[in-house]
Design a protein around this ligand. Sequence first.
Ligand code: IPM
Ligand code: MN
Length: 339
Amino acid sequence: MGLTVTLIQGGGAGLDQIPAVKEVVAAAGVDVTWDEHFAGWAAIEKGLPALPEAMLASIRKTRVALKTKLLPQPGEVGQVRKETGNLNVMLRRELGLFAAVRPLKNLPGLPARFQGVDMLVIREITEDMYSSIEHEIVPGVVQSIKVVTKAASERFLRFAFDYARLSKRKSIACVHKANILKLADGLFLEAFRAIAKENPEFQTREVIVDNCCMQMVSKPQQFDVLVMGNLYGDLVSDVAAGVVGGVSATHGINVGDGLMVYECFHGGGRDTIPEGRANPLPLILPATDLLHFHGHDEAATRILDAVGKVLTSREALTPDLGGKATTAEVTAAIVRAMG
Ligand code: IPM
Ligand code: MN
């Protein structure tokens, strides 16, 4: 049976990456019906709302989506104190996505600061500092509130342990700052200990977030699965991305109730990435996760092998990887490498 996937284009680099992914998936022989939608800047510039109803309805129907980063209107970023809510976060909220799995692993042929790294950063994505509860109490005094609940932490951690089991992982580290945030991070840590008790087959460890960052850039191979709240997860997953070779090696699997959104969570506007020059790999990787989890494991492996060949031969690489190739040339090289 064919697979129907909601495909979301969020503007900028994504415009190059989407055709690349469609071509590579078709060349791998998988029959996917792409239900294509615009969101973020790609929708706004067409006079549509940033999160069009039709796009949300499509995801609720197909239960599986692949998305590029949703960019805001150009010029909005950096408008201190005036920026509206982040569209990617609003989409997570709208769909009830509660966990983000980020596989961070060396890719064959991709230069990286360290080799032999293969870990999963699993991040809670509904609360913490991303609750967006902020007040200006009096001019010059603001409060940004960190929200942590037992219910969300336990639901997230149950998912993370289950995911670790399915992925045949052995050890799980909880990343926190409970030495300072005794209530908020203390509650998360307590939830971790409780869920760890229900899953005694895992080795568990507790790591304070600053130490985690140092360990990550000194000996990242020690980590298997790391679980943490929203903000630390954002920071640690980017540190880990830097460790394994940058945006080409990062991908995200966002999980809700019976709903999966695979995403490329990096990506710039046309001011930073000229037309036709975007690296397609940041969207090809989550597409292979999608194929892997939806019955097309063989095709996913074929694509990853081809990506490895192209990276190793350095035959066609985009400028961010030190090459001169266009998105279309990299795509063609991957398709050729699939044989
Ligand atoms: C990520 C991104 C997002 C986040 C941004 C785009 C809001 O950096 O998915 O890691 O902070 O979660
Ligand atoms: Mn991030």
